[in-house]
Design a protein around this ligand. Structure first.
Ligand SMILES: C/C1=C2N=C(/C=C3N=C(/C(C)=C4\N[C@@](C)([C@@H]5N=C1[C@](C)(CCC(=O)O)[C@H]5CC(=O)O)[C@@](C)(CC(=O)O)[C@@H]4CCC(=O)O)[C@@](C)(CC(=O)O)[C@@H]\3CCC(=O)O)C(C)(C)[C@@H]/2CCC(=O)O
Length: 208
């Protein structure tokens, strides 16, 4: 037999108290700090704030968009699955086009990954949407290319792809992009679908 906490609410209380005690949130505006706490909760890394990059209005813009009914466009089904539907303020659609039957052929034709090709199916939903990239660096690069080509602008981008090939570079590209898209990033290799979903969940329903 093991001695361990079995009360879900108590686990959450202890978790968030530990994060608040260990993480240095002092450089972050209150709304970004709330989102950071949930992202840390999803990954266990209390030093995450040092790698966060954000525009001043990103959380406010994303919240406004969700309250107005904007869809959430996700690069991976793992991100979409992590969004707690009951937190969403307007029954928002959560969309991932990666599994659309047209995507493999599209990727082959465009000479890119399925993750990047799947964004072609976002075009008519992009205007004012909340975009969350938690897995695929190529999806984030492609989003920026599409914006440069004249695609509609999303309200905000949660850009936290993970990994060793292109992840850091794609997030740096978002932060430096001349379009000035409102964004939240984790600089460097760290990121992931769980972090992206946690950020969306915090944006959707944390109190201000
Ligand atoms: C290069 C890719 C990387 N994938 C990573 C990490 C994870 N990916 C998982 C899974 C299940 C999926 N990854 C795909 C998105 C797949 N992964 C890629 C691609 C080859 C290219 C993406 C890119 O570089 O931008 C990509 C396939 C594609 O053609 O786009 C996935 C679609 C593959 C598949 O199963 O079909 C799939 C996503 C499914 C979904 O949710 O919709 C992992 C769970 C790994 C695993 O299977 O063990 C893991 C999840 C990480 C996370 O938190 O999201 C990396 C590390 C991001 C890597 C890119 C960079 C690198 O350094 O290699």
């Amino acid at each position: 037999m093991f001695e361990y906490e079995k009360d879900g609410a108590a686990i959450y209380r202890e978790s968030f108290a530990t994060i608040r005690a260990e993480a240095d949130l002092t450089g972050l505006p209150p709304d970004v700090a709330q989102v950071a706490v949930r992202m840390i909760h999803a990954c266990g890394m209390t030093d995450l704030p040092r790698d966060l990059g954000h525009t001043p209005q990103v959380v406010a813009r994303a919240r406004e968009a969700l309250r107005a009914g904007a869809p959430i466009l996700c690069d991976a089904n793992m991100v979409a699955s992590g969004v707690t539907r009951k937190r969403l303020p307007a029954g928002n659609e959560v969309i991932c086009t990666l599994a659309d039957p047209s995507v493999p052929e599209l990727a082959a034709r465009l000479g890119t990954t399925r993750s990047a090709a799947a964004l072609e199916l976002w075009r008519d939903r992009l205007d004012g949407a909340v975009v969350a990239v938690g897995n695929a660096p190529t999806a984030l690069f492609r989003l920026l290319e599409m914006i440069e080509e004249g695609a509609p602008r999303p309200a905000a981008v949660i850009g936290v792809p993970v990994g060793f090939v292109g992840a850091a570079e794609s997030k740096d590209a978002l932060a430096a992009h001349p379009s000035g898209l409102d964004h939240l990033i984790v600089r460097g290799r760290r990121g992931g679908s769980a972090m992206a979903a946690a950020a969306l969940n915090a944006i959707a329903s944390e109190t201000e």
